[in-house]
Write a protein that binds this ligand. Structure first.
Ligand SMILES: [Zn+2]
Length: 334
């Protein structure tokens, strides 16, 4: 009896750690394999799913793992299968009020399935226009596809997420004609600088460009990518992110990447596996601003850090100490 109770408490404890905590903004760049899915939960517990990845089963499992209690809105950046397939079970399970999309019907069976699921759920379709959606205390600015775009990718719907001083930008598979048109429409400060940025089109060659990244100025880039035959992410994209001075996370290497943002905008990034690639800009990297919630960690030496899978450690991360950072550059156990 006692053992049963202990096991029960243990499982409740583990599960509780997975649910987005109240009082903070949580962004999860879900590990859906080759594709994108971003779960955004406001401090008030309201959630948006932006894209759902390529697998219904995978997304279902992730929604259960993260104990998502409800979804207020689902967004399809565009109608490609690696973005909308997981939206089907999300709509069936949570019956969100709205389904925001680019207004261009997909030509695939999965698009038809998503549209019927939305109809059955009583979910209302909304075509993206330049509008602001308030998700509790989080401001979501919709970047509608500019006029004159011809295919699904360049008609991707973007989302700028703002909470206090924190900013994140997600723009599906938009590619250069769309980002160029956005830059013609609005000043660069509309888009950046951002703390967190989702790599365009899984790091494809026609996705991010130097001109666009000069406006976005990301501190951290997260690439939604899995095993694929397209060569994603390309070396060109990785070089662009490094030149932009960004730390890089990849869902194929790091699993689901979670960003937790405190009121006011300080944030922390944690990955299911590993730590991502730290920024290589000159000077000390910006220390991740910690919330004080994690327990203190200390490592006797770099071997212990590596054994824990936490190398390299940046200044500000749990376990970093100047003793482990011999060259004093803010990165220990490189
Ligand atoms: Zn895609």
């Amino acid at each position: 009896m006692r053992r049963t109770l202990a096991l029960l408490l243990l499982s409740v404890g583990v599960a509780a750690a997975q649910r987005a905590p109240a009082g903070v903004l949580t962004l999860r760049f879900l590990d859906v394999g080759q594709g994108d899915a971003v779960l955004i939960t406001s401090p008030e517990g309201k959630s948006v799913l932006y894209d759902g990845g390529r697998s219904e089963a995978r997304l279902k499992a992730l929604l259960a793992q993260y104990q998502v209690p409800s979804l207020d809105l689902v967004v399809a950046s565009h109608a490609d299968a690696d973005h909308i397939t997981g939206l089907v079970p999300a709509v069936q399970q949570f019956r969100p009020r709205f389904f925001l999309n680019n207004g261009l019907a997909g030509t695939t069976q999965i698009w038809q399935k998503l549209v019927s699921a939305a109809q059955q759920a009583g979910t209302q379709g909304l075509t993206a226009k330049n509008q602001v959606i308030n998700l509790g205390s989080v401001k979501l600015t919709v970047l509608a596809p500019p006029p004159g775009m011809t295919d699904q990718n360049t008609n991707s719907v973007g989302l700028l997420v703002q909470f206090g001083a924190f900013r994140a930008l997600i723009t599906g598979d938009s590619e250069t004609p769309e980002t160029r048109a956005w830059l013609r429409q609005s000043p660069a400060t509309t888009f950046g600088p951002v703390d967190v940025y989702k790599s365009i089109h899984h790091g494809a060659r026609k996705g991010d460009s130097a001109a666009w990244l000069a406006a976005v100025r990301p501190s951290n880039v997260i690439i939604g990518v899995g095993p694929n035959s397209y060569g994603h992410p390309t070396a060109e994209a990785i070089t662009l992110y490094k030149k932009a001075g960004a730390a890089i996370y990849r869902t194929d290497l790091n699993g689901t990447v979670t960003v937790t943002v405190q009121p006011g905008g300080t944030y922390q990034i944690s990955a299911a596996r590993g730590t991502g690639t730290p920024a290589t800009r000159t000077g000390a990297p910006t220390p991740p601003r910690t919330s004080g919630v994690p327990l203190p960690v200390s490592y006797p030496n770099c071997a212990a850090v590596r054994a824990a899978g936490k190398a390299p450690l940046r200044r500000g991360q749990p376990g970093y100490s100047p003793k482990l950072d011999r060259d004093g550059d803010g990165v220990a156990c490189e």
